[in-house]
Design a protein around this ligand. Structure first.
Ligand code: ADP
Ligand code: MG
Length: 254
C-alpha cells in the first residue's frame, strides 16, 4: 500500500466510504441469506438470514438517503435501522452497539478512531449480550478481530489496511472456533451439548461484514487486499518486549 496520502481523509470522503461499505455489506448479506438461514436452522430458529438481509437492505437505503453523510451519522443511522428492522437477539446487538460505537467516529475515520470504534463495539456487544469469548456467539468472531486490529495498529504499527486484513483473518479463526465448542448464550445454548459441531450464524455474519469492510477499504485506497494472516510475525526479531510483559501492552490498555 502506498501513495494513499493524496486520498485525504476529509469527512465527506470518509462518510461516502462508510456508505459504500454499508451497501457492500447489504449485498453480501443478501447473497449469503440462505447460508445464514441454514446455519440458524441447525441451532436456532432459521431467521438469521432473513433478519439480516432485511435489516441491512433498509440500513443501506437509510444511509444512502443521508445528505452529506459523515461517518458518525452513517454508523448511527445504520445502527438504529438494524435495531428496529433485524429483530431477534442479534438486532439490538448489531444495531445498539453500532449506535454507541458510532460516537467514536465523530472526528472521522483514522487508525486511532477505528480502534476506539472497534473496542467500544465489542464492549457493547459483550455487555448487551452478557456474552464473552467462548460462549459460541458473534463475540467469538469479534474478539479476535478487535484484539488483532488493535495490536496490529498500536503495537506493530501496521498500515490500517493490513491491520484490517489481519483482523478479518482473526475473525475467520473465531468463526471456526464456534464449531467445536458448546454455545452458552442465545438460542443455540438451549441445545446444550448438541450445539457442539455447529458454526454460529451471528459469528458468521460478523465475518461477512468485516470482509466487506476490508474490500471497500482496499478499493477506496486503490490497494489490493493484503494477503496476510493473524498469526504471521509482525514483531521484528530484535523486539525487546517479551510476550506477556507490560512492554507488549498497547498504550491506554489495561
Ligand atoms: P435469534 O437468536 O433471536 O433468532 P438471530 O437468529 O438473528 O436471533 O441471531 C442469532 C445470533 O445472535 C447467534 O448466532 C449469536 O451469534 C448471536 N447471539 C444470540 N444471543 C447472543 C448473546 N446473548 N450475546 C451475543 N450474541 C448473541
Ligand atoms: Mg435466529
Amino acid at each position: 500500500m502506498s501513495g494513499n496520502d493524496e486520498h485525504g481523509d476529509d469527512e465527506h470522503d470518509a462518510g461516502e466510504a462508510v456508505v459504500a461499505a454499508v451497501e457492500a455489506v447489504a449485498e453480501r448479506i443478501e447473497a449469503e441469506r440462505d447460508h445464514l438461514t441454514d446455519l440458524d436452522s441447525a441451532i436456532g430458529d432459521a431467521d438469521h438470514g432473513g433478519n439480516m438481509a432485511r435489516g441491512w437492505a433498509k440500513a443501506a437505503g437509510a444511509a444512502g438517503d443521508l445528505e452529506d453523510p459523515d461517518p458518525e451519522a452513517v454508523a448511527k443511522t445504520v445502527g438504529k435501522t438494524l435495531m428496529s428492522e433485524v429483530g431477534g437477539a442479534s438486532g439490538p446487538l448489531f444495531g445498539g452497539s453500532l449506535v454507541f460505537a458510532g460516537a467514536e467516529l465523530a472526528d472521522g475515520v483514522t487508525a486511532e478512531t477505528a480502534v476506539a470504534f472497534a473496542e467500544t463495539y465489542l464492549e457493547k456487544v459483550e455487555d448487551r449480550g452478557d456474552a464473552r469469548i467462548g460462549d459460541g456467539t458473534m463475540v467469538d468472531a469479534l474478539t479476535p478481530a478487535v484484539h488483532t486490529f488493535k495490536k496490529s495498529i498500536e503495537v506493530d504499527d501496521l498500515e490500517p489496511l493490513e491491520a484490517l486484513a489481519k483482523a478479518v483473518d482473526a475473525a475467520e479463526r473465531g468463526v471456526a472456533f464456534t464449531v467445536p465448542i458448546r454455545a452458552r448464550k442465545g438460542r443455540a445454548s438451549y441445545l446444550g451439548w448438541r450445539s457442539v459441531g455447529h458454526q454460529d450464524p451471528g459469528a458468521t455474519s460478523t465475518l461477512f461484514i468485516l470482509e466487506e469492510v476490508l474490500e471497500v477499504a482496499a478499493d477506496r485506497l486503490d490497494a489490493e487486499v493484503p494477503e496476510t494472516d493473524a498469526t504471521s510475525p509482525t514483531i521484528p526479531d530484535d523486539a525487546e518486549s517479551e510476550p506477556g510483559s507490560d512492554d507488549a501492552t498497547p498504550e491506554g490498555a489495561e
